[in-house]
Design a protein around this ligand. Structure first.
Ligand code: FCB
Length: 468
């Protein structure tokens, strides 16, 4: 066995060793990023299948058609989760596999895959942590208007119940949505993710309907759930610092935090949208299409909050020319790098900001157990002839971010688990296969899997902390 745990500094190691024995250790994946088999057993296209066909939408023209071929290699991949020392496997269900077209009855053949997956996970003595929506909206629902349409929220609740009815006898941890910020902003405002629209107003309507869909699904599942079943949502969050103490920079940071964190967590936890954000939206001519009774649905109590963290950010409210109003007529919000090293995604490596984020969420939204449902890094891996990667950058990122979680716990944040992104190198959305986040390398020509140094470090760390 390779000794890898000395990749952490002494200080990081001490922090990591302070994590409790019952801390939950997981690895995460998402359906479209690994499964492939896009036209098998009755699966119909999602918005990602369509988006992959848009010229130059995806680097290198890549698609998820084959991905990691996980659909055909599932038992071997679940065995790899175990090999990494994890106790929990976070995966997502592809909506167009179990309910093609987004309406109507279950597609038995598609559902059977997740039935087998859950059995395999339990067989390996792992806990299944199921995400219902990791971005693969059935194309028919997008054709009917997508998340900016209220009906999509009801369709999501119906779909959730189909999955819940079939799997809740064995699955106890249910996450409704993965990163609604990405669905709304990247999907409907920035146009860089499926469905690729660029319409701020549509994006804000999507925010509300994603949250409504989460609430409707949670209410219905909870009403049908056995004792001990837990429900949550996963949000991607960053820190938003003001680059200087100037009023313009503080205003830019407030705005970024409003649209990044508070527009989700305030309604989910406090049952109301933040007034300053509602005002910001009005200035941009956008409104949240709230109907009577929506906010109590959205604030249905959560059992946990999933936090996905990759980087922190800071903002200036002044552009390079010294102007505070942009060409679009709105206040400038310019991201200013901290000047720290970056990963292959260009994301700055800021473990201290991870501690700050978790501590802040714990303080502003108390009594909500936190699980880091994703954290990880992409680097340009260089495998040796056997496929092994001595990925020092990814290993160091993992060590510093695990230590950051432990530091947040010491400052009072109720973080109960950490799930590494990702089990395997996979289809990294608009970046295609160029960006590798796996603790395990995938050779896409042969589909060979090889545990990287970071994977060994993870396994050895989990064993040490557990005292196993
Ligand atoms: C998150 C996504 C996940 C993966 C990582 C790198 O935003 O949830 O699927 O792509 O980023």
């Amino acid at each position: 066995m390779t000794e890898t745990t000395d990749a952490a500094t002494r200080e990081q190691r001490q922090l990591i060793d302070s994590l409790p024995q019952d801390f939950r250790w997981g690895v995460a994946t998402a359906a479209y990023q690994i499964e492939g088999a896009v036209a098998e057993d009755g699966r119909t296209p999602s918005i990602w299948d369509t988006f992959c066909r848009v010229p130059s939408a995806i680097d290198n023209g890549d698609t998820g058609d084959v991905a990691c071929d996980h659909y055909h290699r599932m038992p071997g991949d679940v065995a790899l989760v175990k090999e990494l020392g994890a106790d929990t496997y976070r995966f997502s269900v592809a909506w167009p596999r179990v309910q093609p077209g987004g309406r109507g009855p279950v597609n038995e053949a598609g559902m059977a895959f997740y039935d087998r997956l859950v059995d395999e996970v339990l067989e390996k003595d792992l806990t299944p942590w199921l995400t219902l929506y990791h971005w693969d909206l059935p194309q028919e629902l997008e054709d009917a208007g997508g998340w900016p349409e209220r009906d999509t929220a009801y369709r999501f609740a119906d779909y959730s119940m189909l999955v819940f009815d079939r799997l809740s006898d064995r699955v106890r941890h249910w996450t409704t949505l993965n990163e609604p910020w990405c669905s709304a902003m990247h999907g409907y405002v920035h146009g860089v993710m499926a469905p690729g629209r660029r319409d701020f107003g549509a994006g804000m309507r999507a925010v509300h309907h994603l949250l409504l869909g989460h609430g409707l699904a949670t209410q219905r599942m909870r009403a049908a759930a056995a004792d001990g079943t837990q429900f949550g949502i996963t949000l991607n969050m960053s820190t938003s610092d003001a680059a200087t103490d100037s009023a313009a920079d503080r205003e830019a940071a407030r705005h970024a935090d409003g649209l990044g964190v508070r527009i989700y967590l305030d309604p989910l936890v406090h049952g109301r949208y933040p007034p300053d954000v509602v005002e910001d939206l009005a200035v941009r001519g956008a409104t949240l299409p709230i109907e009577d009774g929506d906010l109590p649905v959205i604030s249905t109590p959560l059992d946990f909050l999933g936090v996905n963290y990759y980087f922190g950010q800071q903002y200036s409210g002044v552009d390079e020319q010294g102007r505070t109003t942009g060409e679009d007529g709105f206040p400038v919000q310019r991201e200013i790098p901290f000047g720290e090293p970056t990963t292959a995604m260009g994301w700055e490596i800021l473990p201290g900001k991870f501690t700050e984020l978790l501590t802040r969420i714990g303080r502003d939204y108390p009594n909500l157990p936190l699980f880091v449902t994703e954290n990880g890094s992409a680097f340009d891996d260089e495998p040796d002839e056997s496929g092994y990667v001595a990925d020092d950058g990814r290993t160091a990122y993992l060590a510093s971010h695990l230590a950051a979680v432990a530091a947040a716990r010491q400052r009072g944040a109720d973080v109960r688990g950490y799930f590494a992104w990702s089990l395997l190198d996979n289809f990294e959305w608009a970046y295609g296969y160029a960006k590798r986040f796996g603790l395990i390398r995938v050779d896409y020509e042969t589909q060979q899997r090889t545990v990287k140094q970071s994977g060994l470090f993870y396994r050895d760390t989990v064993r040490r902390v557990r005292g196993a």
